[in-house]
Design a protein around this ligand. Structure first.
Ligand code: ADP
Ligand code: GLC
Length: 487
């Protein structure tokens, strides 16, 4: 089966969050399961710089925003991928440094509508072998609003591959204006409540949902939640009416990249059979990384970590509120890594300055440091207000770092609360709280800190998480079933 996997980011070439991880690890799992994969990505400048030898597959003339673009399709190889990568090379749209979606000032690139329309058009041409290279897709799998027009364009073809659209986050709708719709030369009949029109504008996310043969999202609980007003961003009705084709498939993780026994980013490897002294060495290295010259006095004291995009979704404000009280009433230390909204970055910097020996902050994106944090922390904080799946809680489970999470989305599907019955039956692997308030988060952290004082129980929690199977095998099989029309 030939599968064209279309995404706007993929680790290690370009990554802003979990989509990047999934757009690498899922195609690898599908390849392992026997699918013939091609991964199509936009030719951002930083991505092109990471590719080795490239071969030009051909040129496409594609309509953009009131103009056409001559787009080169490149084929390349990368050591992370056992199959060819295809890249949409269009200098006017993608040859710029930095974040794929945002300008350096944090605002969206002004031409995002055009950039991702051209990308979607290129995807459809490649799927139907417009360049006549002898490879036509049986299935096209598109992800998030950036590729939402792919199923829509495919719907206009008479003979076409099957289309699958995966929602990684309803919060990003790819909303543009009616004027953009016209200038992009999209088919007039799409402009309706049953098409791409959404509150008077164009929604690329909606296009994906409406026109794909099957829609998936990244956890069973989120699939349910997005059909409700609280999580549906105005599309809950639409999703509910399409529930016959909506599937919640839990993300897996790349268990080779995220393996505490072999992770080259760590100061020492460890496994569920021997958590210490390896994990302790990582704690020392993490503290040293933040300037603690002699970490030994702190090694027995709890270290609470978090990594993530500093946005409302992640409940950063809940953590910020809880920290001062926790510093006053416990001996916990905090290490926080993230980048995002300026005001969250500023408040984190202020906290670190105020409590230099107890709050350690790194503002920025650092993949290696994220690995060290997962290994070196005792607990991982993830109080997301909503979380379609969440990968960090799975990474932390695998690294013996019990997560503290709100009961929502993929967090609810992966973290089992350390309640008395779950501790007794051996299923507990973390700490769950049930309302998005800093009071509830604080209470959960206090429970975790109390549990941390009981080494046997703590070790049991760590081992349960570390021994769980979060690999892709099971979920990749579900995608393959969907690709083959089996629901
Ligand atoms: P989301 O996709 O909503 O950001 P996930 O938990 O699914 O959340 O995935 C986040 C991914 O991005 C993880 O691999 C995480 O380690 C990584 N990440 C997020 N922020 C940073 C950062 N500042 N530095 C390093 N890695 C980060
Ligand atoms: C999104 C979601 C996150 C999910 C990731 C990968 O960024 O916010 O919960 O894990 O996509 O599917």
């Amino acid at each position: 089966m030939k599968v064209l996997f279309v995404a706007s980011e993929a680790y290690p070439l370009v990554k802003t969050g979990g989509l990047g991880d999934v757009a690498c690890s899922l195609p690898l799992a599908l390849h392992e399961a026997g699918a013939e994969m091609r991964l199509l990505l936009p030719g951002y400048r930083d991505l092109l710089n990471k590719l080795g030898e490239v071969r030009i597959l051909g040129w496409l003339e594609l309509w953009g925003m009131g103009r056409t673009h001559s787009v080169r399709i490149l084929e390349s190889r990368h050591p992370a991928y056992p199959f060819p990568l295809w890249v949409v090379d269009c200098q006017a749209l993608f040859d710029r440094p930095g974040n794929p979606y945002l300008q350096p000032n944090g605002h969206d690139w002004a031409d995002n509508a055009e950039r991702f329309t051209v990308f979607a058009r290129a995807a459809v041409e490649m799927a139907r072998d417009a360049l006549q290279i002898g490879w036509a897709a049986d299935v096209v799998h598109a992800h998030d609003w950036q590729t939402g027009l792919v199923p829509a364009f495919m719907d206009t073809l008479t003979k076409r591959p099957r289309s699958i659209f995966t929602i990684h986050n309803m919060a990003y709708g790819g909303h543009f204006s009616r004027g953009d719709f016209t200038t992009l030369h999209l088919p007039d009949y799409w402009w309706s409540a049953d098409g791409v029109e959404f509150y008077g504008g164009l929604s690329m996310l909606k296009a994906g949902i409406v026109y794909a043969d099957a829609v998936t999202t990244v956890s069973p609980t989120y699939a349910y939640e997005i059909c409700t007003p609280a999580f549906g961003y105005g599309m809950d009705g639409l999703l509910k009416s399409r529930s016959y084709k909506l599937h919640g498939i839990l993300n897996g993780i790349d268990t080779a990249i995220w393996n505490p026994a072999t992770d080259a980013n760590l100061a020492a490897g460890y496994s569920s059979e021997a958590i210490q002294p390896g994990k302790g060495r990582n704690k020392a290295a993490l503290l040293q990384r933040f300037g603690v010259a002699d970490p030994s006095p702190y090694l027995q004291l709890p270290l609470l970590g978090t990594v993530g995009r500093l946005v409302e979704q992640k409940g950063v404000d809940l953590i910020l509120h809880a920290i001062p009280d926790l510093l006053a009433s416990t001996d916990a230390r905090f290490v926080l890594i993230g980048a995002g909204h300026r005001h969250f970055e500023q408040r984190l910097r202020e906290l670190a300055a105020q409590y230099p020996n107890r709050v350690f902050v790194y503002i920025g994106y650092d993949e290696q440091l994220a690995h060290l944090l997962e290994a070196g922390s005792d607990m991982f904080l993830m109080p997301s207000r909503f979380e379609p799946c969440g990968l960090n809680q799975m990474y932390s489970l695998r690294y013996g770092t019990p997560p503290v999470v709100l009961y929502t989305g993929g967090l609810a599907d992966t973290v089992v609360n350390a309640s008395h019955p779950h501790l007794q039956d051996g299923s507990a692997n973390g700490f769950v709280f049930y309302e998005p308030t800093s009071r509830a988060l604080k209470a959960a952290i206090l429970r975790a800190l109390d549990c941390f004082l009981h080494p046997e129980t703590w070790q049991q929690l760590q081992m349960t998480g570390m021994q769980q199977d979060f690999g892709w095998e099971h979920s990749a099989a579900k995608y393959l079933n969907l690709y083959q029309h089996q629901t």
